[in-house]
Design a protein around this ligand. Structure first.
Ligand SMILES: [Zn+2]
Length: 434
């Protein structure tokens, strides 16, 4: 297809012919017979955004799940109301996500039984790591005698038993492409063969349009209470020995420090990644740079949860939270992502958070880590396998583009998802704002 009157980020106005790759960039390109033409009207044309850390199956499931955490649900009364108004899904279950103990404390089977007796209910903690089930639900998964109904998501023993509801990948695809995203990296650590097959089939059938990259099996999640340096070093060495980079999930300082120690021993691969890097102490910045690690982080959590961090994290550690500018200054490659559905899946909101670092009630978290709008945007333009290196709108680059209604200066000032006019993947128009 041909895109006319497109403004590139450097300000040049051009026409762009795009197929599987960008074929031509020039002035006054003539449309070929039968070729689709999109008039960008001077709006910015960018490489399609890539969200470098998402969880697709959970995101699709979350579309028809109840949300029971902040900001929508903040009190026990609101939780009770949300659950009592909930309609069970086609499988008879009530499925709720996003829970945080600030709402009504740690939930277990007896506290849930007091809220919902008749329907099986499962509530996911907003970290994604834990599910809380009532007695009816425990009976359905074959654990009627389970002591507290608090089950780890990573425990396949029970989660296999749940017949997963067919999730709506087509609707998720529509929502993702409407944000200008043309590719995603699924960071779920233990995707099984069924997940992979259903995702690939959906992609091939055209139900799920964005390009998909999978981190699994080179992805590991660490738990603070089970940090084992030797085991992690062996795991990394094993992956590297077959040429596979690793992606290590680090949300605490302890996890980051142990990961750095393991990589010092095992050696690093040029494509190794640190996921989240929620807490980065000063003295780890040099290590991250020396090891050549790419940090894939989520500034949107500053905008979504910043007030909770300010209240719960010791003041002298605030400077270590969700850093961006100091990583870049230390020459650590950085890329952004949303962690959808655990973070809101709007990359533009994540960019604004990186620029302003404003919490929900309007405080600033860690203002020294703010970056420019241009830098924030670039963090979503990386290659799927080299997140820290940005793609460009040039001949030979992938035919994945995001067309905005605004020229660059206004687009960078706004960074709003409402500016996305069209999304193109492999030369095909997959989203067009009406
Ligand atoms: Zn994640």
């Amino acid at each position: 297809m041909l895109i006319r009157r497109a403004t590139l980020l450097d300000g040049a106005m051009v026409d762009i012919r795009v197929g599987d790759r960008i074929e031509e960039v020039g002035q006054d390109l003539a449309a070929r017979r039968g070729e689709g033409v999109l008039d960008a009207g001077g709006g910015t044309v960018l490489p399609g955004l890539h969200d470098h850390h998402v969880h697709l199956r959970s995101a699709a499931a979350a579309l028809d799940s109840l949300s029971v955490g902040p900001p929508g649900v903040r009190t026990k009364e609101q939780l009770v109301q949300a659950l009592s108004n909930a309609d069970p899904g086609p499988d008879g279950w009530i499925r709720a996500v996003g829970y945080h103990e600030s709402v009504a404390g740690d939930l277990d089977r007896s506290s849930l039984d007091a809220l919902v007796t008749n329907s099986p209910v499962r509530i996911q903690h907003r970290s994604g790591a834990l599910w809380m089930l009532n007695s009816a639900a425990l009976g359905r998964v074959g654990l009627p005698d389970h002591p507290d109904g608090r089950l780890r998501s990573s425990d396949r023993g029970w989660s296999e038993v749940l017949r997963r509801r067919e999730t709506n990948l087509a609707e998720l695809s529509r929502r993702i492409t409407a944000t200008g995203v043309t590719g995603v990296t699924d960071a779920t650590p233990d995707l099984d063969a069924d997940d992979l097959v259903s995702l690939m089939v959906a992609h091939r059938r055209g139900e799920f349009r964005p390009r998909v990259r999978l981190l699994s099996p080179g992805k590991i999640i660490l738990q603070d209470d089970r940090l084992d340096l030797d085991a992690l070093t062996t795991w990394i060495t094993d992956h590297h020995s077959v040429g596979q980079p690793v992606a290590v999930h680090c949300v605490t300082a302890a996890q980051l420090v142990v990961t750095i120690a393991a990589l010092r021993t095992a050696g690093s691969h040029p494509l190794d990644r640190i996921e989240h890097a929620a807490v980065v102490p000063d003295d780890t910045l040099t290590d991250l740079a020396e090891l050549g690690l790419t940090v894939v982080t989520q500034p949107n959590f500053v905008a979504e949860r910043g007030d909770q961090y300010l209240a719960e994290v010791a003041a002298h550690e605030h400077g270590q939270l969700w850093r961006v500018a100091s990583l870049l200054n230390a020459h650590v490659p950085v890329a952004f992502s949303t962690d959808m559905p655990f973070g809101a899946g709007d990359p533009w909101a994540a960019m604004r958070a990186a620029v302003h670092r404003t919490t929900p009630i309007g405080k600033i978290l860690n203002g020294g880590e703010c970056v420019s709008a241009r830098t924030a945007l670039t963090m979503f333009l990386g290659w799927s396998d080299r997140p820290g290196r940005a793609r460009t709108v040039e001949i030979g680059e992938p035919g994945d583009l995001c067309v905005l209604t605004e020229p660059p200066a206004a687009a960078l000032a706004e960074l709003d998802v409402g500016m996305v006019a069209a999304t193109i993947i492999g030369g095909e128009l997959v989203y067009f704002a009406m």
